[in-house]
Write a protein that binds this ligand. Structure first.
Ligand code: GDG
Length: 771
């Protein structure tokens, strides 16, 4: 199913629905263009794809074709979809659609993400199918996406897809945009543990994750921090080997299309027809898909209350209630429709008189021109969702008000409220507020209506859907540069070959290794990071080579190092260089100092440890550490800054240094660091090979003093003075394993190096695939 390839980047759009639907009539397939928000919204952007040299050259759309298609017909439909709609269908069975779309998407994610947890169901079979369908999308994408393409995945149906795809095509830039709100952590965590983790892991498989509002972006980042433990800087989440950016892109509309249509002859004819049938009344418009999140019931109740409180308006106002059929077959929606109709009937029965019906109700899809005509005839638009990702109807109403009059009543729970502050903003949960807002709207003088409308129009005119899509695609493409950053820093097969060759050639080697985060992974309790058999065996092997001088350079206290590594014939450096022990000899201090300051500062650290649960104080001979790895992930950083401020104030004339380390604040003697020890060792050693590995800021001191030819390797991602970087502790082990591999040694000494090359290929396989 390989589609045509182009030289310039192609944009691959992925969404649950394709821009067309397939149906069968008289044994023949019929294709109908769909008019959903996304399709219509993107149309103007897609029509310009190819015209901007910086953007993609062409596009293709991947998604579900709107019906279950028998296997024997799929080939023909695939061919026609590509030809006519630049689309590649993902075929799903009825059962899959039932569990995936009607099930997990609409019964679990939709209510929960709209902060309405009570209708949400949590059913394992639905989740399993959700996963399976995301994998099906991935499989289709693997046959469509080329190495130069950019992929833009849309919405809550496909939240696992970014990671599934990134795993297989790590070099392809992936953007993900969520059209609905991202809920607060308290709501998101209602998802079962494995699901919520997998969903977040799925999303951060993208290079760019976009949301409509700043609030949703923050909610997402908070969940990523609290559930996955990944912090961020200005929305940039640093992961081992790659960065992910979360950012806000409020979706706009095709402003000119609505503005121009509103004065077009076609719409004007429709407007006259509408005015004729509605009569001399003020018109309030309500138009949305049938959905409980849209707050249609509250709106009707608010209107009911308005008519009750303002009898003078009876007979002079009409609410045009357009409900667009949606999710037909989902019980909850069917029930809601019945309830709505009952409510409309009640209001009409309560206030209606011959010649005046308070609510004019329509349950059907309204095509573009009649919809714009409704925007044009309505004095007030009543948009009151209980929660809404953005809400484009509100924006379309504003765009269609060519004369500048008209009042928008907008729920503050819609994303659009962030941009449309000049509307009459209401809380939709309070019927009284809705009723009062209608009364207020009807009294706003025309001048004031125009003033507010013009401000909103100006804003929407600038932030169009075209700009939204361009910004998003450009931002995602920008991540290609970020990916390159890791390319050049990472351990390549060539660098490994060089390292191995230099190692073998050399006659005297110095190997400097940090302990925590380099040789062993971090654990919540720092006293529990004892080395396992693998580490001990590796150290033993390295140390047994008489050409090697192996040094563990740690910030830990000497007693811990002694008890964990003391049996090995290696050099130990404790407290960041303060204590040194060579081979089996005694420890010696590198500087004679007084540690009096400790007695004064320990109580402060203890106070902070009491204040923030999960933190602890580590007392060493010449340093003190406050560890906060076990603390609430959001509170750790700010409390650490507060502690540092306090300590700085108290240590102005003491010879100590206050360091922010990896999830720890450390106070230690000034003038001694890992670099000072390394410099001493290098000065006396005459080494012709030096390897240094470390993950922490304190290791930067070490990297800084090494000769330029030394192999310095930073473990993990972040800026570093090291020449190279590797991903994690596991890669450190593999690299050290490579140095001590006997078979390779033989190989290199005695001839064909095929085995070495095979080994290197294996070793660097993971690295190569990631880039
Ligand atoms: C989701 C989020 C977010 C087409 N036919 C009719 C009709 N349309 C068009 C409207 C508008 C679109 O459908 C509806 O968009 P909304 O934004 O109002 O709502 P959702 O469909 O729930 O869309 C939402 C959006 O994605 C984009 O990210 O804003 O928050 O839930 O363009 O013109 N509209 C009406 N009658 C029709 O017959 N009223």
């Amino acid at each position: 199913m390989q589609t045509q390839r182009a030289h310039r980047r192609r944009l691959v759009i992925v969404s649950n629905r394709l821009p067309f639907s397939v149906g069968e009539a008289d044994g023949k397939f019929e294709y109908r263009e769909t008019t959903g928000g996304l399709v219509t919204g993107l149309a103007s952007y897609l029509s310009s794809v190819g015209s901007d040299a910086a953007g993609p050259a062409e596009y293709v759309w991947v998604g579900w074709p709107g019906a279950t298609i028998a296997q024997e017909s799929q080939k023909d439909i695939t061919a026609e979809a590509l030809e006519r709609f630049r689309s590649v269908p993902v075929y799903l069975s009825e059962q899959e659609m039932d569990q995936f779309y009607l099930g997990f998407c609409n019964k679990t994610i939709w209510p929960l993400f709209h902060s309405l947890p009570s209708p949400a169901v949590f059913e394992e079979p639905m989740w399993q199918v959700y996963r399976k369908v995301n994998e099906k999308f991935r499989d289709v994408l693997l046959s469509v996406v080329g190495p130069d393409d950019i992929v833009w995945i849309h919405d809550y149906h496909l939240m696992l897809l970014p990671a599934l795809l990134n795993e297989r095509m790590p070099a392809v830039p992936i953007g993900f945009f969520l059209h609905i709100p991202f809920p607060s952590y308290e709501i998101f965590r209602l998802l079962p543990g494995t699901w919520r983790k997998e969903i977040l892991d799925g999303l951060i498989g993208a290079d760019m994750v976009g949301f409509h509002t700043y609030e949703y972006t923050q909610h997402f980042l908070q969940s990523v921090l609290r559930i996955l433990g990944h912090g961020h800087t200005m929305g940039q989440i640093l992961l081992p080997g790659r960065d992910v950016k979360a950012d806000t892109f409020p979706m706009g509309i095709d402003y000119d299309r609505y503005a121009a249509a509103s004065t077009s002859p076609e719409v004007q004819t429709e407007v006259s027809r509408l005015r004729g049938s509605l009569g001399e009344v003020r018109v309030v418009l309500s138009a949305d898909r049938l959905d409980y999140t849209k707050g249609i019931q509250n709106r009707l109740q608010g209107y009911d209350l308005f008519l009750e409180q303002n009898p003078q308006w009876r007979g002079k106002i009409v609410l045009v209630l357009v409900v667009v059929p949606s999710r037909i077959g989902v019980e909850q929606y069917d029930l809601m429709k019945r309830q709505l109709e009952e409510l409309v009937g009640r209001i009409n029965g309560k206030y209606g008189i011959i010649g005046w019906t308070p609510v004019v109700y329509q349950y059907r899809h309204v095509p573009f021109a009649p919809l714009v005509a409704l925007y044009v005839v309505s004095d007030v638009a009543l948009v009151t969702p209980l929660r809404d990702g953005m809400n484009l109807v509100a924006k379309e109403y504003v765009a269609a008000r060519a004369g500048g009059d008209g009042v928008l009543i907008l729920s503050e729970m819609a994303g659009a409220a962030k941009e449309l502050g000049e509307a009459v903003l209401i809380n939709p949960n309070h019927t009284g507020e809705i009723a009062a807002a209608i009364a207020v709207a009807l009294k706003i003088p025309r001048d004031e209506q125009i003033r507010r409308m013009r401000i909103m129009q100006g804003r929407l005119q600038r932030s169009t859907v075209h700009r939204w899509a361009t910004d998003f695609v450009q931002a995602t493409l920008g991540t290609v540069e970020a990916k390159k950053k890791y390319d050049t820093e990472g351990l390549s097969a060539d660098m490994c070959k060089l390292l191995l060759r230099d190692y073998r050639k050399s006659g005297k080697r110095l190997i400097l290794l940090d302990y925590d985060g380099t040789l062993v992974p971090f654990v919540r309790e720092h006293s529990k990071a004892r080395p396992g058999h693998r580490v001990i065996a590796l150290m033993q092997k390295l140390a047994s080579d008489p050409l090697n001088e192996l040094v563990i350079v740690s910030g830990r206290d000497r007693h811990t190092l002694e008890s964990w590594l003391g049996a090995l014939p290696i050099r130990l450096v404790a407290e960041h260089g303060f204590f040194i022990r060579s081979g089996g000899n005694e420890w010696r201090a590198s500087k004679q100092v007084s540690g009096d300051w400790k007695a004064r500062l320990t109580p402060i650290l203890r106070l902070f440890a009491d204040r923030l649960p999960g933190t602890s104080v580590e007392e060493k001979e010449y340093s003190l550490v406050w560890h906060y790895r076990g603390a609430d992930p959001e509170q750790g950083e700010p409390v650490a800054h507060e502690l540092i401020d306090n300590l700085n104030a108290l240590t102005g004339n003491v010879d100590v240094q206050i360091m922010q380390a990896n999830k720890a604040v450390e106070i230690r003697m000034a003038g001694v660091n890992k670099g000072t020890v390394a410099r001493e060792l290098i000065a006396v050693g005459k080494y012709d090979f030096i390897l240094a590995m470390g993950d922490d800021r304190t290791d930067e001191d070490l990297f800084a003093v090494l000769p330029p030819w030394a192999f310095s390797i930073k473990v993990g991602s972040a800026y570093s003075r090291a020449r190279f970087s590797c991903r994690d502790v596991d890669e450190v082990h593999r690299l050290l394993g490579m140095l001590t591999d006997q078979a390779l040694e033989e190989d290199i000494r005695h001839g064909p190096v095929t085995r070495t090359l095979q080994f290197l290929a294996r070793l660097t396989k993971g690295w190569a695939e990631r880039r």
